[in-house]
Design a protein around this ligand. Structure first.
Ligand SMILES: [Zn+2]
Length: 261
């Protein structure tokens, strides 16, 4: 995998709050890439599970590399497998597990099982609260129901790859939750996201990749990795009228605070 030269500058602090390092896109050169990222300023990565198996893979990567942390959970697209939440609870007690995620609602891929999605999302929030862990929320075309559940349960956590309106962002922020912004902000069709990025308080902004997906411009469509975060930070800095280093610094502080690292 090619490591873009503009991402090789020794940035002081890059914390990727949402990655899928266990994805098969990284099978060929995962170890080399992780070493390169570590040497290029990536100070922390949270790699998220989507079911039992990927949660286990996330944990084993977290055990292998001290700057990698894991989130365990069942993604809304994976609920049909019937994976056991009891097993998630066991995995969540690992010392390198820092969150329950990725969990949430996805009405883009699955409109048929809304009720089941809501039940599993709610149960995993209850689990996170029981274990005093934050949650990492996936919300795709399910803004209304996501907000209803969050308002009811009031968990700690982040809405990753936030795609809602400014109004929704304000509601989520009122609950004390964080908003995750990734490569989409660099896309021409980012729509309402720049307006959202403007209003997030400094202490509630997280930066992320969702790698291997959503590589920032000019690498859109390529395999993404945490080392590309400076490109996303640069765009966020432009919108917020600050500099890239400040965005990297504050998003790292926010991630270490939320995930208790
Ligand atoms: Zn994800």
């Amino acid at each position: 995998m090619e490591y873009p030269i503009e991402c090789k500058l020794p940035y002081p602090a890059i914390f990727d709050s949402h990655a899928h390092l266990d994805d098969k896109a990284f099978d060929e050169d995962r170890e080399t890439l992780i070493e390169e990222m570590k040497n290029s300023g990536v100070a922390g990565i949270i790699t998220c599970g989507c079911d039992i198996e990927s949660s286990k893979r996330a944990l084993s990567l977290a055990h292998k590399y001290d700057f990698i942390y894991a989130a365990v959970g069942i993604h809304p697209e994976e609920i049909q497998k019937g994976d056991s939440l009891d097993e998630i609870e066991v995995l969540a007690q690992d010392k390198k597990c820092v969150a329950i995620g990725e969990i949430g609602l996805d009405y883009y891929y699955d409109k048929e099982h809304k009720k089941l999605q809501k039940e599993i999302f709610s149960s995993q929030i209850d689990l996170a609260k029981k274990l005093h862990l934050p949650i990492i929320v996936h919300d795709r075309e399910a803004h209304e129901d996501t907000l209803i559940i969050l308002k009811d349960k009031k968990p700690k956590g982040v809405l990753h790859c936030f795609s809602g309106s400014v109004e929704m962002a304000k509601e989520v922020l009122k609950l004390g939750m964080y908003l995750g912004v990734g490569g989409v902000i660099t896309f021409k069709n980012a729509r309402k996201l720049p307006e959202v990025v403007k209003i997030i308080p400094d202490d509630k902004l997280l930066i992320e990749t969702d790698c291997p997906y959503l590589a920032p411009v000019p690498y859109r469509g390529k395999v993404c990795f945490s080392g590309m975060i400076p490109l996303t930070a640069k765009k966020i800095a432009e919108i917020r009228e600050t500099d890239t280093e400040s965005i990297l610094q504050l998003t790292k502080e926010n991630a270490t605070r939320l995930f208790n690292i």
